[in-house]
Design a protein around this ligand. Structure first.
Ligand code: SF4
Ligand code: SF4
Length: 88
């Protein structure tokens, strides 16, 4: 779970730079999470925000992101399935 405290955010952009998933944008001089599902809840944004404007509670996000990446890697290599249903 990630919580951006807009009243503390200065829009410096550090969180955007350090986010390994690229899911933070600066809009109207405030940080915004653009894709909640892709957030790994790694905490890098929170650790690097010198204004304490981001709180990250580690949850299942990291696990979900890792599983999703693994599935994409497997899919890009091909699964061997020939059903043509577009499911894999
Ligand atoms: S690092 Fe902190 S202050 Fe800077 S944009 Fe991100 S949330 Fe805002
Ligand atoms: S917790 Fe990690 S993945 Fe999520 S927004 Fe922050 S830096 Fe990006």
């Amino acid at each position: 779970m990630i919580n951006i405290i807009k009243s503390k955010c200065t829009g410096c952009g550090v969180c955007k730079k350090v986010c390994p998933q690229g899911v933070i944008e600066i809009r109207d001089k405030k940080a915004e999470l653009t894709d909640y599902k892709s957030c790994m809840e790694c905490g890098a944004c929170s650790l690097n925000c010198e204004f304490d404007a981001i709180e990250v509670t580690k949850g299942t996000g990291c696990l979900i992101a890792i599983i999703k990446e693994d599935i994409l890697k497997i899919a890009s290599k091909g699964t061997g399935c020939e059903c043509n249903e577009g499911c894999c």
